[in-house]
Design a protein around this ligand. Structure first.
Ligand code: S3P
Length: 425
């Protein structure tokens, strides 16, 4: 698929969302003053900052992307005066629940209408087994969650789904437990929590697919540079990879091996992607990514790959729609319970754009390289990653697409519109 649009330039993507959430949570639990530079200033991460303030952590904005956090200490949090609003952010409520489950007070956490539909049993069940009291709507499975923290016991927990949020919630609860907490993952998920806890002086051990933390006395403060978010970069990676002649440079992107599935898949599709100046920043691997556009061909994404690219599937659907042949993604049933049902959302949008595609319960298929219909109205379903994917498809195919509710992009990537405009010449 060729486009008359020229795509060129440098895109400095904002700070990693997962790392920004964890940094503000853990620094608010540390002893002393931390600095977080490159913090993602977006609705989701600001919800986490507000939660930690409500619990007694001091979180000051030195600038929109730099925070000074004066930690309350692991045992210094105080009962929030009001309901905590996690907004649209699953990471805030789920990892936050791990901290709250260990506090000797009551917390109530809610979120927007999308978050209030997302499954919470995955954290409620193991935290209750550790000794917390948690109530929620629909038989304790949906927010708001009412968490009465308390003395927790250790646990060895085999997670039914690969989830870094669940793993992180249990590891943070484990800092307060009476014994070790071991989480067994069905497939490895992002390890930012483990890396950050190590940087704060704790020993986190990994044996095969098991991660263990032991009860802790204190966390050392951090001086942290958050790498660029590969999940934000994904939209520009797909845009430049799938338009022949395009050339984009994305400096300072986090390339944690549990997050780089998108690079492997795009390369398999024929993309020319190079990592330059590979280095380590804040305990995470970082690189400058250079992408040159090529004609892409279809590929298959198999279940073991999925955790390393779970948030990038909507963007990959765009690459698939522009590639030659049939792309198939399986083992991605988790997409049904993200900010929207992302399988349903992408298949419905692509179908209305004239792309031949279909759903499986755990994935989708897309027949690429058909002509994208012009002037179609597509529903983002209030989901930032669906909105950005459709805008990237519009840009890459050179076809106007009207996307409803693009305000949701601010949950993870304020500035996306301007950056997109900037690279389209
Ligand atoms: C995240 C983990 C993933 C991901 C989400 C962020 C995290 O969710 O989809 O956007 O920061 O730990 P799951 O843990 O539900 O897989």
């Amino acid at each position: 698929m060729t486009s008359r649009i020229r795509i060129a330039g440098t895109v400095k993507v904002p700070g990693d969302k997962s790392i920004s959430h964890r940094a503000v949570m853990l620094c608010a639990l540390a002893d002393g003053e931390s600095r977080i530079r490159g913090f993602l200033h977006a609705e989701d991460t600001l919800a986490t900052a507000a939660m930690m303030r409500a619990l007694g952590g001091r979180v000051d904005e030195v600038s929109p992307t730099e925070l000074r956090v004066v930690g309350a200490g692991l045992r210094g949090l105080t009962e929030p005066e009001d309901v905590i609003d996690a907004g649209n952010s699953g990471t805030t409520i789920r990892i936050g629940a791990g901290i709250l489950a260990a506090q000797p007070f009551l917390s109530i956490v809610t979120g927007d209408r999308y978050l209030r539909r997302r499954p919470m049993k995955r954290i409620v069940e193991p935290l209750v087994r550790m000794g917390a009291t948690i109530a929620g709507r629909r038989g304790n499975t949906l927010p708001p969650l009412c968490i009465e923290g308390g003395r927790l016991s250790g646990i060895r927990y085999e997670m039914p789904v690969a989830s870094a949020q669940v793993k992180s919630a249990l590891l943070l609860a484990g800092l307060y437990a009476a014994g070790p907490v071991t989480v067994v993952e069905p497939l490895p998920s992002r390890d930012h929590t483990e890396r950050m806890l190590s940087a704060m002086g704790l020993s986190v051990s990994r044996h095969g697919n098991e991660v263990t933390v032991r009860p802790a006395e204190r966390l050392a403060p951090l001086d942290l540079d958050v790498p660029g978010d590969i999940s934000a970069a994904a939209f520009f990676l797909v845009l430049s990879a799938s338009v022949p002649g395009a050339l984009l440079r994305l400096p300072g992107v986090g390339v944690n091996p549990f997050r780089t599935g998108i690079l492997a898949v795009l390369r398999r599709m024929g993309a020319d992607i190079r990592l330059e100046s590979l280095r380590e920043e804040g305990g995470e691997p970082v690189a400058d990514i250079v992408v040159r556009g090529k004609e892409l061909s279809a590929t298959e994404v198999s279940p073991p790959e999925v955790p390393s690219l779970i948030d990038e599937v909507p963007a990959l659907c765009v690459a698939a729609a522009l590639a030659e042949g049939r792309t198939v993604v399986r083992g991605a049933g988790e997409l049904r319970v993200k900010e929207s049902d992302r399988i349903g959302a992408m298949v419905s949008a692509l179908s209305s754009l004239g792309v031949s595609c279909g759903e499986y319960q755990d994935g989708l298929w897309i027949e690429g390289s058909t002509r994208i219909l012009t002037g179609v109205r597509c529903d983002s379903r209030g989901d930032h990653r669906i909105a950005m994917s459709l805008l990237v498809l519009s840009a890459a195919a050179g076809v106007p697409i009207e996307v409803t509710d693009t305000a949701c992009i601010d949950t993870s990537f304020p500035g996306f519109h301007d950056m997109l405009k900037e690279v389209l010449r």
